[in-house]
Design a protein around this ligand. Structure first.
Ligand code: NAP
Length: 257
């Protein structure tokens, strides 16, 4: 029970890494507020937590919509009086080299992946500042550190999230709020399955070549990232501030191997 009695909001937790993290946090004693754009997937995650004996509520909200995010945060505070941990996980992919990306796609990826960190943080932070306590986990990616073919818009957002994490840490350290980033490598989730399906003529061949990119020789699984998020959410990581945490099967540091 490493998260006993903590109230935790996880954005985009109806699927993939967010869902795996919500289920793990539920098992570790947290009250998990599941958020997603998609009501049926979000409700399903929340129901699974409760069925397993945990505590959870689902709130539908679009992380790019200020009013929707504010209402979600207000509802959590009204019911639970605090948010101990915010995990800014929601994100979307963007495929294409820079010259191939249409302005609408560019703006949409910026909006979800950057505003989706800015808005929940903006409305949660004042409550954490009042209590002088909190942990914020921002979802970056190892793409913030290395180039990866045809992902210009996505890489730009994840680099921005890493920079924002460090900036937030400087501003909120005086309030005893920790802000750290997760940098996963390629993790097998619906997000990556969709990328493989839509970007390659032969998705199975692409999957095999993706696996070779990791020193581990395989892709990560959502639980690999969930366990790292658990560490950052818990008090065990109290001396980690503004840190990038890699969960990447060695892809960043093994790139020249
Ligand atoms: P996923 O399975 O697609 O899950 C992302 C979830 O976020 C989906 O349920 C999605 O809902 C939700 N979402 C999207 N836009 C939203 C919005 N505006 N408001 C609220 N929720 C929204 O993806 P994942 O692979 O678990 O990725 C989770 C995070 O990890 C993302 O930030 C991603 O960039 C990051 N990441 C993933 C990998 C990887 O290899 N998988 C690697 C590094 C970083 P809908 O399905 O309804 O859109």
């Amino acid at each position: 029970m490493r998260l006993q009695d903590k109230v935790i909001l996880i954005t985009g937790s109806g699927s993939g890494i967010g869902k795996a993290t919500a289920l793990l946090f539920g098992r570790e004693g947290a009250t998990v507020i599941v958020n997603d754009l998609d009501s049926s997937k979000g409700q399903e995650t929340s129901d699974e937590i409760v069925k397993a004996g945990g505590k959870s509520t689902f709130i539908q909200a679009d992380v790019t919509n200020p009013e929707s995010v504010k209402q979600m945060v207000d509802a959590i505070i009204a019911q639970y009086e605090r948010i101990d941990v915010l995990f800014n996980n929601a994100g979307i992919s963007g495929v294409g080299a820079l010259h191939e990306v249409e302005p609408e796609t560019w703006s949409r990826v910026m909006n979800v992946n950057i505003n989706g960190v800015y808005l929940p943080s903006k409305y949660v932070l004042p409550h954490m500042m009042d209590r002088r306590s909190g942990s914020i986990i921002n979802m970056s990616s190892c793409i913030a550190e290395i180039g990866l073919a045809v992902r210009a818009s996505y890489a730009a957002t994840k680099g921005a999230v890493l920079a924002l994490t460090k900036q937030m840490q400087v501003d909120y350290a005086p309030y005893n709020i920790r802000v750290n980033a997760l940098l996963p490598g390629t993790i097998l989730t619906p997000f990556v399955e969709n990328y493989l399906r839509t970007s390659y003529d032969n998705p199975e061949e692409a999957f095999e070549s993706l696996k070779k990119r990791q020193l581990s020789g395989d892709l990560g699984r959502p639980d690999d990232v969930a366990k790292a998020a658990l560490f950052l959410a818990s008090d065990e990581s109290q001396f980690m501030m503004g840190s990038p945490l890699y969960i990447d099967g060695g892809v960043v540091f093994g790139k020249n191997a």
